[in-house]
Design a protein around this ligand. Structure first.
Ligand code: 13P
Length: 125
């Protein structure tokens, strides 16, 4: 079977937190092929250069939509998306579309660190 694919995304004020989380859980994260939005992917690779990260466009330029489309095509098996609930975003509708598709297709999606921790604990390949 192909390796499962995990999407990693963080808004700007949450990027440090996600990069730290990935560093803490690098072994478990390395079990997946990673897809990340542009800047998030760059930041993750700076911290963990060995991880198999494929970058799509930056979120505001359509990256959330690209990952949403991959969910609809059955190519994403989990999403960790550290969202910033306090900052207005021009691409808010794209974020909503992505979370909607993850819900529709019953894909595990963690929107904060506490839920990401639970996802890692609950994953037994
Ligand atoms: O804006 C984002 C998600 O909505 C993230 O995009 P970047 O990783 O390119 O900053």
């Amino acid at each position: 079977m192909a390796r499962p694919r995990l999407a990693l995304i963080a808004h700007d004020l949450k990027k440090d937190d996600l990069v730290d989380w990935v560093g803490t859980h690098e072994k478990q994260v390395a079990l997946f092929d990673i897809v990340a939005t542009g800047t998030t992917g760059t930041r993750i690779l700076e911290r963990c250069p060995e991880l198999p990260v494929t970058r799509v466009k930056s979120g505001p330029l359509g990256g959330d939509q690209q990952i949403g489309a991959m969910i609809a095509e059955g190519k994403i098996h989990g999403v960790i998306f550290f969202v910033d609930p306090l900052t207005p975003m021009p691409h808010d509708v794209d974020v909503k579309a992505l979370t909607r598709l993850a819900t529709l297709y019953d894909i595990p999606i963690a929107l904060n660190r506490a839920t990401a921790d639970l996802m890692v604990k609950g994953y037994n390949p």
